[in-house]
Design a binder for this molecule. Structure first.
Ligand SMILES: NC(=O)c1ccc[n+]([C@@H]2O[C@H](COP(=O)([O-])OP(=O)(O)OC[C@H]3O[C@@H](n4cnc5c(N)ncnc54)[C@H](OP(=O)(O)O)[C@@H]3O)[C@@H](O)[C@H]2O)c1
Length: 220
C-alpha cells in the first residue's frame, strides 16, 4: 500500500518502520499536515497517530477527498458524534478508528461483550478497571479504558496511573466476597499497535463504505 502517516512521534516513527519492513511505501508523513501536504498526496490510505486537536480537520479532508482513513489518535471522543454525522453525508466514506489496535485488546473486548450479557446473574460482583501508561500520555483515562467500558458498562470505576515509560496496561478486576478474577492486557512494545493499524488499513482499502470503530468489523 501507499501510505500517508500523520504524526511523527513515538507511534508515527514505529508505524513507518513496521510499514516499510512489511514492504509498504510511506509516501508522505507530517506531524501537522498543511494544505500543501494534502494537495500533493498520492497515498491510497491515511493513518493518523497525532493529537486529538488535529482529528476533526484530518477527518474532514479525508472525507472530502474520498481517502480511506485509519484514526489511531485518542482523546477526541467529544467530537465523535459530530464527525460521524458528517461522515454519514458521504455515501462512500471509509473511516475506521480504534484507540488500541492490538489484537489482545480486540480479544478482551470480545470477552467483555460475552461477560456483559451474563453479568446480571452476578449481582454481588463488582467490576473495576485500572489503566497504566507512560508519563507523557496526554489523555486520562485512556481511550481504550472508555472503549472497554462501552463493551462492559459495569466497568464504571476507572483508575488511571501515569508513570515512567509504561507502554500500556489495562487490568479488569472482577471481584466478589472470597474470590476475584483479574484479566490483564500488557503492551510490551508499540509494534503491536502499528501491525494492527496496518491490518486495519488493508481491510478498509478493500471496503466500498465503512464508518465505525475497528472492532465493529468483528464484534456484534
Ligand atoms: N490506537 C492505538 O493503537 C494507539 C497506540 C498508541 C498511541 N495511540 C495514540 O496515538 C497518538 C500519538 O501517540 P504518540 O505516543 O506517538 O504521541 P507523541 O509521541 O506525543 O507524538 C504526537 C505527534 O503528533 C504531533 N502533534 C500535532 N499536533 C500536536 C499537538 N497539538 N500537541 C501535541 N502533539 C501534536 C506531534 O508533533 P510534535 O512532536 O512536533 O509536537 C507528534 O508528531 C496519541 O493520541 C496516542 O494516545 C494510539
Amino acid at each position: 500500500m501507499r501510505l500517508a502517516i500523520i504524526g511523527q512521534g513515538r507511534m508515527g516513527q514505529v508505524l513507518r518502520q513496521v510499514a516499510e519492513q512489511k514492504g509498504h511505501a510511506v509516501v508522505a508523513q507530517a506531524a501537522r499536515p498543511t494544505p500543501h501536504f494534502w494537495a500533493d498526496l498520492t497515498a491510497e490510505v491515511v493513518l493518523d497517530f497525532s493529537h486529538a486537536s488535529q482529528v476533526p480537520e484530518i477527518v474532514r479532508v479525508c472525507l472530502a477527498k474520498g481517502l480511506p482513513l485509519v484514526t489511531g489518535t485518542t482523546g477526541w471522543a467529544s467530537q465523535g458524534p459530530a464527525l460521524q454525522e458528517l461522515a454519514r453525508t458521504y455515501p462512500r466514506a471509509r473511516w475506521l478508528w480504534s484507540s488500541n489496535f492490538s489484537r489482545g485488546i480486540l480479544l478482551l473486548k470480545l470477552l467483555l461483550e460475552r461477560l456483559a450479557a451474563f453479568w446480571s446473574q452476578l449481582p454481588d460482583w463488582q467490576a473495576a478497571l485500572v489503566e497504566v501508561h507512560h508519563a507523557h500520555k496526554k489523555d486520562a483515562p485512556s481511550g481504550t479504558a472508555y472503549e472497554l467500558q462501552k463493551y462492559f458498562p459495569p466497568l464504571s470505576d476507572i483508575s488511571s496511573l501515569r508513570v515512567g515509560e509504561v507502554i500500556g496496561e489495562h487490568q479488569v478486576w472482577l471481584s466478589a466476597s472470597g474470590e476475584e478474577v483479574l484479566i490483564i492486557h500488557r503492551a510490551h512494545h508499540r509494534t503491536i499497535f502499528a501491525e494492527g493499524a496496518l491490518w486495519a488499513a488493508q481491510w478498509i482499502c478493500q471496503q466500498t463504505h465503512f464508518v465505525g470503530p475497528w472492532e465493529a468489523a468483528f464484534l456484534s
